[in-house]
Write a protein that binds this ligand. Structure first.
Ligand SMILES: Nc1ncnc2c1ncn2[C@@H]1O[C@H](COP(=O)(O)OP(=O)(O)O)[C@@H](O)[C@H]1O
Ligand SMILES: [Mg+2]
Length: 575
């Protein structure tokens, strides 16, 4: 009934939960006292004795005031308990995501993360604000009432007290059923969220292929599943509340019937009877309320499973080295590296490669052979399954991602350009860039002439995702950004795919300008562009098939030579 882990995680809330129970309990004691005063007043009136009405009214008024204040504070404390807990949970999730870094995508989808952090945490609101305090109060209240009523009639007090546990028994009975239904509910909710986000991100593609109807149908189906799961949860909640009502009011009725019998037998006075009638329902109401909170709290507990699954994800080494490695002549090595995305299909097998400082290295091979995966491993977007990747002779597993980011940059195909101006996009790479540096980067990226002709120059808005620029201009702007960042090691991963021929050759010229000044890793399937590289690695189906420079690879007569001949033939046809 109590999830110890959540409770312990949200230590700050304990104090407020205690205060909430205390204030609710004081309010109950006031209530009992008021009813007892009224009962004894009635007694006095019936006996015809003198009634000190002034002091009675004063006492009732004072108790009502205390009860009123307690009720206000009680709801204030329950709000605070929930707010503290939600804050702590969101902080934990946020910190966890920071520690996971970019690797989080390996283990959990973005839509799932968002749902967990927003709705998942929100679902625990009732758990802290109402359920936990009520759990304690529901034990305390019947005992308090029992003590009070036992002064009037021990028998009736006992009957009421004994019927009280029927409510938790009925709660436990529905608990098993509830757990499964809540799991279903959360499962279908995250499914729907995932499809929704994916459809939104791929809307253009769906429209292009005119298959948005199909995807809409899928989303409708999932929405329908979600609706059904929600309805099941709601109907269960409603039905179990009916059962609890039956027990609560039935129990109170039994107590009242017994009190009437005792009254008839002359064992209790009319005033005592009134007190019993007014208080008997109070025995059951706290537990009944607990029952209704219980279902909402269960939804929170189901959500907490998802929260803990996220919090329990294995983290990369936390004692990461923050200092920059001492430069060595070998900039990067991969030693017997193996990698898989899904633990099933090996994407990289026994990769060994060496990138010397200041060299021009190329990685070529057919599409899907694992070239981009190698770049991702170098940048620590993923972790190698086996083997070692060393940067300046230091295992990158021990280096903080920021250290690598300070030394390495990547220009991939379709680089992202942010909404805003050309200048904003450039300054991302170097916030304090001078005018000279900016101009030089644009010049180098063969973009200066274009920018010069714009009326607003560098202050020109590029639109969301750079939509006001052509593909080639976008990519050259991204190149200028990379050049401005001025990292030692630059990886170009198919940097000229999907753009016009002119931009393509301009970008290759820009890369050639860097040769000798920077360490370059060029990934491409177009061999002609990298024929001058110092070292070429040919990747085939996840392994390095051969390596060497252009001449030696040609004379090898292997995969490279064959690819070269094919591409030459293709170029000849084009000409
Ligand atoms: N995020 C991913 N999850 C699962 N498999 C992937 C992922 N990215 C790439 N792959 C698979 O890994 C293989 C290598 O992909 P990639 O490195 O992108 O190839 P290349 O860049 O050489 O075209 C491909 O078979 C691809 O399907
Ligand atoms: Mg690729």
């Amino acid at each position: 009934m109590i999830n110890r882990r959540i409770f312990n995680l949200c230590k700050d809330s304990k104090k407020y939960i205690f205060l909430k129970v205390l204030t609710t309990w004081i309010a109950l004691v006031c209530n009992i006292s008021i009813i007892m005063i009224i009962g004894s007043g009635l007694e006095k009136v019936l006996q015809g004795s003198y009634l000190p009405s002034g002091s009675y009214a004063l006492a009732v008024f004072a108790l009502l005031t205390i009860r009123f204040i307690c009720n206000i504070y009680s709801s204030k404390f329950s709000g605070l308990a929930a707010a503290r807990a939600k804050y702590t949970l969101r902080q934990s999730i946020y910190q966890k995501l920071l520690r996971l870094g970019s690797e989080y995508v390996n283990s959990i989808s973005t839509s799932n993360t968002i749902q967990i952090a927003v709705e998942g945490v929100e679902a625990l609101d009732t758990y802290f604000s109402n359920y936990l305090p009520q759990l304690v109060y529901a034990l305390l209240a019947p005992l308090t009432l029992f003590t009070a009523l036992s002064f009037i009639s021990v028998k009736v007090a006992l009957i009421l007290l004994i019927s009280v546990p029927l409510i938790p028994i009925s709660i436990i009975a529905v608990m098993r059923l509830a757990k499964k239904r809540f799991d279903n509910f959360w499962g279908s909710y995250t499914d729907l969220g995932h499809t929704f986000l994916e459809n939104l991100q791929g809307l253009t593609t769906l429209k292009v292929y005119d298959i948005d109807h199909h995807r809409q149908q899928k989303m409708n189906d999932q929405a329908e599943n979600f609706r059904k799961a929600t309805m099941k949860v709601l109907s269960m909640q409603l039905n179990s509340i009916n059962v609890m009502d039956l027990i609560a009011y039935g129990g109170a009725a039994a107590g009242i019937v017994f009190a009437l019998l005792e009254f008839k037998a002359g064992l209790i006075s009319p005033g005592a009877l009134l007190v019993i009638i007014l208080l008997s329902a109070e025995f059951f109401l706290p537990l009944r309320l607990l029952g209704s909170f219980f279902h909402v709290a269960m939804s929170g507990i189901a959500a907490s499973d998802h929260i803990f699954r996220l919090l329990d994800l294995k983290e990369p080494n936390s004692n990461l080295e923050m200092s920059l490695p001492v430069p060595t002549s070998v900039l990067m090595t991969m030693q017997q590296v193996f990698f898989t995305y899904d633990q099933q299909r090996e994407v990289l097998r026994d990769i060994n490669l060496t990138i010397n400082k200041g060299s021009f290295t190329a990685l070529v091979g057919p599409s899907g052979s694992g070239k981009s995966t190698i770049a991702a491993l170098i940048l620590k977007f993923y972790r190698a399954e086996r083997g070692e990747i060393r940067f300046h002779n230091r295992d990158i597993a021990d280096l903080a991602p920021t250290v690598l980011a300070e030394k390495i940059s990547l220009l991939a195909a379709n680089s992202y350009i942010f909404g805003g101006t050309i200048l904003n996009n450039l300054l991302m790479a170097k916030a304090d860039a001078t005018q000279t540096e900016l101009a030089r980067a644009l010049q180098h990226a063969r973009l200066a002439e274009f920018v010069e002709k714009l009326p607003d120059k560098m202050d020109t808005e590029v639109g969301e995702g750079g939509c006001l620029l052509s593909g080639g201009q976008r990519q050259r702007l991204a190149l200028a950004r990379v050049l401005l960042a001025d990292r030692d090691f630059i990886i170009f991963d198919e940097a000229t795919s999907n753009i016009d021929i002119e931009s393509e050759s301009q970008i290759w010229q820009a890369i050639q300008d860097l040769v000798g000044k920077k360490t370059i890793l060029a990934i491409t399937h177009r061999l002609r562009s990298i024929a001058s590289a110092d070292q070429i690695y040919v990747l085939d189906k996840g392994s390095i098939a051969e390596s060497g420079n252009h001449q030696s690879l040609l004379s090898n007569g292997g995969v490279y030579a064959q690819l070269w001949l094919e591409q030459q033939a293709l170029e000849n046809i084009r000409k």
